[in-house]
Ligand binder design. Sequence first.
Ligand code: HEC
Ligand SMILES: [Cu+2]
Length: 355
Amino acid sequence: MRGWMGKFRSLFLFSALALFLSGCSGVDNVSALKPKGYSAELLFNLMMISIAIMLFVFIIVMVIYAFVLVRYRQRKGQEDMIPKQTEGNKALEVIWTVIPILLLLVLAVPTVQATFDLADRSKQDDKGTLTVEVTGNQYWWHFNYADQEIATSEDLYIPTGERVYLNMKSSDVIHSFWLPSIAGKMDTNPGENMNTMYLEAYDEGVYTGHCAELCGPSHSLMDFRVIAVSPEEFKQWKEDMKNVDPKAKPESTSAQEGQELFNKNCMSCHAIGNAAAGVGPNLTNYGNRTKIAGILEPTKENLVDWITNNNEIKPGNKMPMNLVSKEEAGKIADYLLQMKDTEITPESAGGSDNK
Ligand code: HEC
Ligand SMILES: [Cu+2]
């Protein structure tokens, strides 16, 4: 009994793990197996073609294998029997050379087509197309809508049904921008070597992405979200972002004090409005963020925690801790969280917890 259990224990564990992991695929908007955008669909179809070909070959080989095992097994009383030997059958040789060539062609043609399609930039410079500069940083993503004078971080807003081109680089080490349900994956490199890709989301929604290149101790916390809204809403969002006045007085006194504290302690690295930020993210309309620093739920408590304790949350990140007291951080949080667009929110695009 023990031996039996021992033998199967790893199998049990493995099945349990597989069940557990397959639970992840129930989560929407973060799976390459549930494509919600043009590139992701292209990649998904390629995957399906290769799996179909693989299955086809596997089944045929298995059928022949089983047939041979049964048909030519050693039988009682015929121990010395040797079946008829065949060597150099021309027809067979041709068949098993031609079939793999055909299969490879079936695989290669769409793959090469898709490769060129995914790299297609012929329309990037057309009038009206949107290009976003993406910069990977340890451990956050900067999104600059260059010709729009809008910058943000972690939450990238795009219009649905349109190609949005990304010009991608890194400010430090190599990162990789991976958005499984909308597009594939693209490295961001330091230096002059700029990579590009495009996003085309079919439906409104909040889509989660990850950094897919080990970049330091907090690599696994380098998440981001792409928020696809209708083209009209996107236009509105742009206007709203542009019209944020960093000097506007918030309503509550706590937020007003927070604003002063923020301007004094944080502006050297951060920015509100279209001013260029320093080494930190632009925090315009921070109250709309789906997460804090890409990972924490956007509550006041978490924001205070981030401001006073961020190196415990994201080890090795470049924001200093203890710039302000906990009490002051509370006021700053009040200021940052009240600054929001009430019309175009992640919720209006389909909720914020489609992790
Ligand atoms: C020395 C530069 C620097 C200073 C000063 C600084 N920060 Fe930061 N801040 C950063 C960097 C870099 C990040 C990105 C951290 C990461 O996610 O890896 C960041 C991230 C943040 C975030 C999360 C941004 C997001 O996209 O969710 C908030 C909020 C924030 N800082 C608030 C503050 C506040 C409030 C202060 C002042 C008390 C402050 N910061 C001072 C550099 C700075
Ligand atoms: Cu990374």
